[in-house]
Design a protein around this ligand. Structure first.
Ligand SMILES: Cc1cc2nc3c(=O)[nH]c(=O)nc-3n(C[C@H](O)[C@H](O)[C@H](O)COP(=O)(O)OP(=O)(O)OC[C@H]3O[C@@H](n4cnc5c(N)ncnc54)[C@H](O)[C@@H]3O)c2cc1C
Length: 435
């Protein structure tokens, strides 16, 4: 009994791994020429590096357990690191809770209220209550208008391409809970981790385990259609030909699913189409020297086109990435952003001009490689109440399963929440197939 898993990103690979470990025969179909999706790699000369930045937190216990399970414990590394905030032309460290609470643009009362906001998030238990409150109202209620204007508003505008009005307080709650878990000890110093070779090391190890268990991984093989007969799944169409399967699991982002189910309609299909996603435009620079002292700099300046400076080699040993210092300059975008269609040259010119103004010591001659990456589907957007439309694992077609990022809510989308979800989904699918 073959299970066809469609989409070879981290979700599809980990789901296939858990299914195959439970004794199912899996064929994993991936449209592109490599597995990994958003967690994939690119080559810079003879070195392979993450296309987008990926961090593992010390609290990411599932990712670490998975690495151990796959014999990769020796490739996990953790390092103390720090972040900062770029505000009105200056950098302010944001590494410890003390840094947060002494952020100069805030007055003593604002700082106290900021502390209260963080505490309120830590103590909150039922996120469904937070769905009823919009994020601005909740943040102003706990932290006051000034902290909102100087700190939260710029961060939210940056993350959501200016549109956070419909966002529930759940988002900031999930974010604060996750950030807390990076900090350790009395100084609350941040801890950041990685696998040598990136998330791709984990993905490749899972892929090997899938094939060892008798499964197949088919690259450059976009599935064109899920074939239904008498209302149930009997196969998938690939390159015009039918390939039989007992079940098809689509790990694609929901708006992409209906294309594979031509002629299938219904409220659940409409719901899939209605999901909006954040995309990303991200410049990657491989430099011959470090740029900053921080792994993340949040940018609260709306004139800067990118929304953060992520220097992964503040926690990744440069020796593990060919001696380069890797700097990612992301901008999260909605579907209509002009940056999605701008040329690489236009993006590099705008991004590098701003980087130079922010860091006068930055020397463009030190750039060894510069790449621009764009992706349309990165994170599902959850306006208030959208969780009620989360696609079910098993829609009303026998043999069809949907496993995707929306189902992770309210957790943020990352390797930890995603692999945890894939493990649970594999168990649930196995049970349904055996029933
Ligand atoms: C900028 C950025 C920073 C991030 N930072 C972190 C981090 O620090 N830590 C962390 O853990 N995570 C991080 N993530 C998140 C993580 O990379 C993603 O959430 C995860 O990789 C998503 O995996 P996915 O399988 O759901 O989707 P995708 O990676 O999008 O995979 C979907 C796959 O389906 C394939 N596909 C599409 N259509 C078809 C078809 N018809 N047939 C066959 N295949 C098809 C695609 O080619 C693709 O490979 C980050 C992501 C980004 C973009």
């Amino acid at each position: 009994m073959t299970i066809a898993v469609i989409g070879g990103g981290l979700m599809g690979v980990s789901l296939s791994y858990f299914l195959s470990q439970a004794g199912h025969r899996v064929v994993l179909y991936e449209a592109s020429d490599q597995i990994g999706g958003l967690a994939g790699t690119i080559r810079l000369g003879d070195v392979e590096v993450d296309r987008f930045y990926h961090i593992i937190l010390s609290s990411d216990t599932h990712m670490q357990a998975l690495a151990y399970e796959l014999g990769l414990a020796g490739r996990l590394r953790f390092r103390a690191t720090g972040s900062a905030f770029f505000h009105q032309g200056r950098l302010y460290p944001m590494t410890t809770v003390r840094d947060f609470l002494t952020f100069p643009p805030l007055r003593p009362l604002d700082r106290l209220r900021l502390g209260l906001t963080i505490l309120a998030a830590y103590l909150h238990r039922d996120w469904r209550h937070l769905e009823e409150i919009d994020v601005e109202r909740w943040l102003v209620r706990w932290g006051g208008r000034r902290a909102f204007q100087h700190l939260w508003r710029p961060m939210l505008r940056a993350k959501f391409d200016g549109c956070f009005e419909e966002l529930p307080a759940t988002y900031i709650w999930a974010r604060l809970i996750r950030t807390r878990s990076t900090r350790r000890g009395a100084t609350q110093q941040e801890q950041a981790g990685y696998l040598v070779g990136g998330h791709m090391t984990l993905i490749r190890a899972m892929a090997q385990a899938i094939t060892r268990a008798g499964g197949e991984i088919r690259l450059r093989t976009p599935v064109q259609e899920v074939i239904l007969e008498e209302g149930r799944v009997v196969g998938v169409r690939v390159d015009g030909a039918a390939e039989p399967c007992a079940a098809a699991v689509l790990t694609l982002h929901p708006p992409l699913v209906p294309r594979l189910l031509p002629g299938v309609e219904g409220p659940w299909v409409e719901d899939l189409r209605s999901w909006r996603y954040l995309g990303i435009v991200c410049v990657l620079l491989a430099l011959d020297r470090p740029l900053t002292d921080y792994w993340t700099i949040y940018i609260a300046d709306e004139s800067v086109p990118f929304t953060g400076v992520i220097e992964t080699t503040r926690y990744i040993d440069p020796a593990d990435v060919g001696g380069y210092h890797l700097v990612y300059l992301p901008k999260y975008v909605t579907g209509d952003s002009p940056w999605l269609t701008a040329s690489d040259g236009e993006i590099l010119e705008a991004w590098l001009g701003h980087l130079q103004r922010m860091f006068p010591s930055f020397q463009p001659e030190g750039i060894r490689h510069a790449r621009v990456h764009r992706e349309r589907y990165v994170e599902p957007l959850f306006p208030r109440g959208a969780w009620r439309r989360i696609p079910p694992l098993a829609p009303p077609i026998p043999g069809l399963f949907l496993v995707n990022l929306t189902q992770i809510y309210p957790a943020l989308t990352n390797g930890e929440s995603l692999t945890r979800h894939a493990r649970q989904a594999a168990v649930a699918i196995g049970k349904r197939l055996e029933a």
